[in-house]
Every structure is written in structure tokens, then in C-alpha cells.
Design a protein around this ligand. Structure first.
Ligand code: COA
Length: 375
């Protein structure tokens, strides 16, 4: 049976840094002390005006392709995990496919709250293991700053924007050992953006009532999260044929330091095995785990043959966990000539993508001016 292994990784965060103090200075009734003590977050990155989820996703994905030394045409499937797509339709993955010129790839979005990225890993790995794909690009990207109420101190301080990507590739050695996917829709109301879907289409009233913003019952989510991380992690570790002491690195969803510490304690995983970076990014929703993994790799915390446990939870309610046996060598340094070719290739790709869009427009107008006889 073919296995799925991580062959490339990349992350991107917007350049705009907003600290806890900035939020208080902007008039929000909060303080750095409160946010740090209750969440562990010190600052977050926010997308610029007009910067959308696909913009972040493309940058992270390009880096993952570079690390794997893979050509866009070699990608069979792109899965974008997001709860803040550029549009309700088309899928953000389709926009990413076009911008990267992945001309042989299918493209689909996954929405499973903050667990979407882990769902994407599970689904992508399954495509490879079944022999239907050789390379799958899984991306977690969100611009939740567009959906939080910046007057609501109980939610807006928690989130940041970002993107992370992994390239999964067919391998003879096991890489993604097991993925657990779980959900409990009875908790749907605990973390919800009420308006903007078919249940409550946006209109003047919904906007006036702020129903297009994220609503959350923080305390209930908190209590549930500490338990579900432990349950999902234990199930996944066992299904991977391991015991908790065989885990070398634990990367939980970066939502709240207190949740992370409580869950690690329950799992018996000490601080040296834990990776946390939420003080700098906040909760970046679907990007949280891939960004943390990229930083762990950059800091030398991931070595070949390590067992890495990734566990997430979020709106749905949903949860997911996976254990990866790390098998890739560290990235090769590219020669200046290869770097030049890659840069020019990318520029050409974006020109081609824009030409394709212009051609679609021209065809539309041509067919309106000179309609074909219908059969
Ligand atoms: N600054 C200052 N005070 C704040 C505040 C802020 N940013 N946000 C809330 N408060 C206040 C509340 O109004 C409340 O005041 P009151 O006692 O006068 O009513 C007080 O702090 C305590 O609020 P509470 O909700 O009990 O705080 P908490 O300890 O539960 O922490 C969260 C709140 C949101 C940080 C915490 O519940 C949490 O992290 N939950 C999980 C959320 C999560 O991870 N969501 C994403 C899932 S993917």
C-alpha cells in the first residue's frame, strides 16, 4: 500500500502586527495583563485591507512547493481548509489552483472550523493511500479578522490571520500514521457566525444586529476543548500503534495557553515535547497547526523518525488529530540559478493566470455580441 508523507511545508503571516497594548489604545476595554494571563497571547498579525484568504494561502503554498522542489503541474489535488473563504463560491482552492498554475489539480475547500486543516490532512492522505493521487497540497488559511466584532473584547483579542501549507507525497515509508476525525453538531451554537448563509442571509437587519460576526460561548468551549484534545490524542496515538511516551513533539491547536497546558498535562507530555507559538500569532484558525509546525521545523525541533502529534478542535463542534512519523530530510539549498528560474517561473505563472482570466472575459463578451445558434 502506498503511504503519504510530508514532503514540503510553508507558512505566511501578514506583516501588520497588532499587540495587546494596541488593542487597548484603540479604545477596547481590555489590557495586556488580562489577555496574557487568560490566553497567553501577546500579539497577532492582521491582513491588510483587501488581502484575502487566497492571497495568504498562495504564499504559504508556494513555499511548500519550493521546499519539496515540486512543480505546480505535479499536484493532483489542492485542499484549502478555511472558514473564511474569499467568496461563498467559488471555492478558495480554485482561486489558489489558478494562481499557482496547478493545471492538473482538482481543487476543493473544507470547512470544519479550526479542525479543517487536520481534516484536509486526513482526506489528502487517504487520496494518496488509495492510489488516486501522488501529490496533494493541503493548505490551512484564514482571515478571521474580517468576521470578528472589534468591539467584542471576549472574542476579538483571540484571533489572528495567517496561512500554512503542507505538500503530501506518495512514499514507500509510512508518514501520516493515523488521523482521527470527530464532530458533535449539538454544539454548533457555541461557536457560530449566524448570518450570511442560507439559514439567515445577510441583510440590513443582520448587519445592524452584528449577526455577521463570530459569536462564542468561551467558557463552554474552553471546558470541552481540554477534554476533547486528550480523547482525540489518545485515540490517535493508540491507532498509530504507539503509546504517549513515544511522542516526540506535540503541536496542539494554538487557541489558548491554558487549554494547551491542561491538555498536555492530561496526556503526560512535558514542556520539552510541547510546541507553542500563540503568543505571537493568536488563534489563526486553520493556519494555527501548519504555522506552528513550520516554526518547529525552522527551530530544529523536528528530526527524522520523530513522532509528531497534531491535535485540533473548533467550531462544529469538530476535532481531529494525527500522528506523523517524520521522514523527510531537511530542505536542500537551491543554487542562485535555480532560485532565479523559480522566481521568473512564478512571475510568468501570474501573467498566465491573468491572461486566462482576460480570455474568459473576452469569450463572454464575444458570445454576447455574436451568439451561437442554440441546438
Ligand atoms: N479583556 C478584559 N476583560 C475581559 C476580556 C478582555 N479581552 N474578555 C472578557 N473579559 C471579562 C468578561 O467580561 C468577564 O467580566 P465580568 O466578570 O465582569 O462579567 C471576565 O473577563 C471573565 O470572563 P470569562 O468569560 O469568565 O473569562 P475566561 O476566563 O473564561 O476567559 C476566554 C475568556 C474567551 C479567554 C476563554 O473562555 C477561552 O479562551 N475560551 C476558549 C475559546 C477558544 O479557544 N475559542 C476558539 C476555539 S477554536
Amino acid at each position: 500500500m502506498p503511504y503519504a508523507q510530508v514532503a514540503g511545508w510553508g507558512m505566511y503571516v501578514p506583516s501588520r502586527v497588532v499587540t495587546n497594548d494596541h488593542l487597548a489604545q484603540m479604545g477596547l476595554d481590555t489590557s495586556d495583563e488580562w489577555i496574557t494571563a487568560r490566553t497567553g497571547i501577546k500579539e497577532r498579525r492582521l491582513a491588510a485591507q483587501g488581502e484575502a484568504t487566497s492571497d495568504l494561502a498562495v504564499k504559504a503554498a508556494q513555499r511548500a512547493l519550493d521546499v519539496a522542489n515540486a512543480r505546480p503541474s505535479e499536484i493532483d489535488l489542492i485542499i484549502v481548509a478555511t472558514c473564511t473563504p474569499d467568496h461563498l463560491m467559488p471555492a478558495t482552492a480554485a482561486l489558489v489552483q489558478d494562481r499557482l498554475s496547478c493545471n492538473n489539480a482538482g481543487a476543493v475547500d473544507v470547512n470544519a472550523g479550526c479542525s479543517g486543516f487536520m481534516y484536509a490532512i486526513g482526506l489528502g492522505a487517504a487520496q494518496i493511500e488509495s492510489g488516486r493521487a501522488r501529490r496533494v497540497l493541503v493548505i490551512g488559511a484564514d482571515v478571521l479578522s474580517s468576521y470578528v466584532d472589534w468591539q467584542d473584547r471576549s472574542t476579538c483579542v483571540l484571533f489572528g490571520d495567517g496561512a500554512g501549507a503542507l505538500l503530501l507525497q506518495v512514499s514507500e515509508e509510512p508518514g501520516i500514521l493515523f488521523t482521527t476525525l470527530g464532530s458533535d453538531g449539538s454544539g454548533a451554537g457555541l461557536l457560530v457566525i449566524p448570518a450570511g448563509g442560507s439559514r439567515l442571509p445577510s441583510n440590513g437587519n443582520t448587519v445592524r444586529n452584528g449577526e455577521h460576526y463570530l459569536k462564542m460561548n468561551g467558557q463552554q468551549v474552553f471546558r470541552w476543548a481540554t477534554q476533547i484534545i486528550e480523547r482525540a490524542s489518545i485515540k490517535t496515538i493508540r491507532a498509530s500503534g504507539l503509546t504517549p511516551d513515544r511522542i516526540d513533539l506535540f503541536i496542539p491547536h494554538q487557541a489558548n495557553l491554558r487549554i494547551i497546558e491542561a491538555a498536555s498535562k492530561r496526556l503526560g507530555l512535558n514542556e520539552e515535547k510541547l510546541f507553542v507559538n500563540l503568543s505571537r500569532y493568536g488563534n489563526t484558525t486553520n493556519a494555527s497547526i501548519p504555522i506552528a509546525l513550520c516554526e518547529a521545523i525552522a527551530m530544529g525541533r523536528v528530526r527524522p523518525d520523530d513522532h509528531i502529534l497534531l491535535t485540533s478542535f473548533g467550531s462544529g463542534l469538530s476535532w481531529a488529530a494525527t500522528v506523523i512519523r517524520w521522514g523527510v530530510p531537511l530542505p536542500v539549498r537551491l543554487s542562485p540559478w535555480r532560485r532565479f528560474r523559480r522566481r521568473t517561473g512564478r512571475q510568468w505563472t501570474s501573467v498566465r493566470s491573468s491572461l486566462r482570466r482576460q480570455r474568459q472575459k473576452a469569450r463572454f463578451w464575444w458570445e454576447r455580441i455574436f451568439p451561437r445558434n442554440s441546438v
